[in-house]
Design a protein around this ligand. Structure first.
Ligand SMILES: [Zn+2]
Length: 465
């Protein structure tokens, strides 16, 4: 292992119990991939370059910053033997086939979400430049229901935590599926910009059209890059880099959350992109190169030997190490045959993203980004007032624009909770944000103030045994 890049302090969150969860024998989501990743990270010796941190499981109270109380109650008490209750709740909470109730479900959710929250707090405390939680990134979970193998949206919870101090958080999603749960949560605020690169067209979850771009105060702050099947490394980079660069230049986020779903890799069991290990990792490398506090999360990924390869490779990118391509001996060595290499090569398959299509998407997205004025977004009453409910219909009102009902419904999901944290810490934020000599506003985090505000600072920073 040799150092090749600028050194970053990197914190890594993992819990042994995570990899023991089991969705069911036929289910494509295999939490074993987390154990495989961790084992490979250790056997490559990457632990020497990481702060390996214990994570604190998320409490129901913490989950309720985004999710509805009744949904959390349901997840906390349901067990696989409660078949009648599961059948009754199937439609209300979308549990069943894709999102089964399995033994230890709530513990799994608590650890996954707790990892992302712990990682966000460590970033905020200034103890690390990059924080990693490969068990997070569960981007489809909604406020009151499960979706696409995701139950608790650790990403939304982590971003809300970051918003307690930061003014602007950028979310980038390179999973092959649209990051719908995160987009929906922040659809009407400019304090979070979401940007998803995904397969679009007759593909789960069906959302993420190029014309979906946010609503109300969040108009222009949701970016969707719809792609077709078979995209290769070169074409992916040709759209990823200019879009991310334009966002970084205009939005100037205080922190970036990158969902590294590995189902965009070539040969994924559920995916249809053609990214190699290096192509997928190049996206991580590029985001890292902006040197903004970075939270790296997992996500999808269903050819699990390749998931472990990718996330190990991306852990190495985070610490600036180049790994030998021959895999070290590890507990899952037999799974990596016949090559026993780190590589995930691209396949010989047609890329349906021709030059004209990519040019159209890139031009349209960059055009849209011109609406982003490089300045601090306003924090208005629209964002800081909890959604009011219409007494007759019970629906949230008054937060969105008049675009459509869906946008209005989305409006209250998160703004209220985000504002909650903002109100608590905005004084510290105001006191510690300043202008740079070049006139640009840059958030200067007073980490000590954050630690005081969170009482006891960074409880998750204890090194694991
Ligand atoms: Zn996915």
């Amino acid at each position: 292992m040799e150092a090749t890049r600028r050194k970053s302090r990197v914190s890594y969150f993992y819990h042994d119990e995570l990899g023991l969860a089991h969705y069911g024998p036929q289910h494509p989501m295999k939490p074993t991939r987390l154990r495989m990743t961790h084992n490979l990270v250790l056997n490559y010796g990457l632990y020497k370059r990481l702060d390996i941190c214990t994570l604190t499981p998320a409490t129901p109270h913490e989950m309720a910053k985004f999710h509805s109380d009744d949904y959390i109650d349901f997840l906390a008490r349901v067990s696989p033997d409660m078949t009648e209750e599961i059948a009754r709740s199937q439609h209300r909470y979308n549990v069943g086939e894709d999102c089964p109730v399995f033994e230890g479900l709530f513990e799994f959710c608590s650890l996954s979400a707790g990892g992302s929250l712990s990682a966000a707090r460590r970033l905020l405390a200034g103890h690390t430049d990059i924080a990693i939680n490969w068990s997070g990134g569960l981007h489809h979970a909604k406020k009151g229901e499960a979706s696409g193998f995701c139950y608790i949206n650790d990403i939304v919870l982590a971003i809300l935590e970051l918003l307690r101090v930061h003014r602007r958080v950028l979310y980038i999603d390179i999973d092959i599926h649209h990051g719908d749960g995160v987009e929906e949560a922040f659809f009407t605020t400019d304090r979070v910009m979401t940007c998803s690169f995904h397969k679009y067209g007759e593909y789960f979850p069906g959302s993420g059209d190029i014309s979906d771009r946010g609503a109300g105060a969040g108009k222009h702050y949701a970016v969707n890059v719809p792609l077709r099947g078979g995209i290769n490394d070169a074409n992916y980079q040709a759209i990823f880099k200019p879009v991310v660069r334009a966002i970084m230049e205009r939005y100037r986020p205080d922190a970036v959350v990158l969902q590294c779903g590995a189902d965009s890799l070539s040969g994924d069991r559920l995916g249809c992109f053609n990214l190699s290990l290096d192509g997928h990792g190049a996206a991580v490398e590029y985001v890292k190169s902006f040197n903004v506090p970075l939270l790296l999360l997992g996500g999808g990924g269903y050819t699990i030997r390749n998931v472990a390869r990718a996330w190990t490779h991306e852990t190495a990118i985070a610490v600036g190490a180049q790994l030998p391509r021959d895999l070290p001996n590890n507990d899952f060595f037999a799974n990596y045959g016949p090559t026993y290499k780190l590589d995930v090569p691209a396949a010989h398959m047609h890329d349906h993203n021709d030059a004209a299509y990519l040019d159209f998407v890139r031009t349209r997205v960059l055009e849209e980004l011109r609406h982003i004025v490089p300045a601090a977004p306003s924090v208005t009453a629209t964002e800081t007032t909890p959604a009011e409910r219409d007494p007759e219909t019970g629906r949230e009102q008054g937060l969105g624009d008049d675009r459509n009902d869906a946008a209005r419904r989305r409006a209250g999901h998160i703004a209220a909770a985000a504002a909650d944290g903002w109100t608590a810490t905005r004084r510290a934020d105001r006191d510690t944000c300043g202008s740079q000599p070049d006139g640009s506003d840059v958030a200067m985090i007073d980490h000590a103030a954050y630690e005081r505000a969170t009482e006891g600072g960074d409880p998750d920073a204890r090194p694991a045994a």
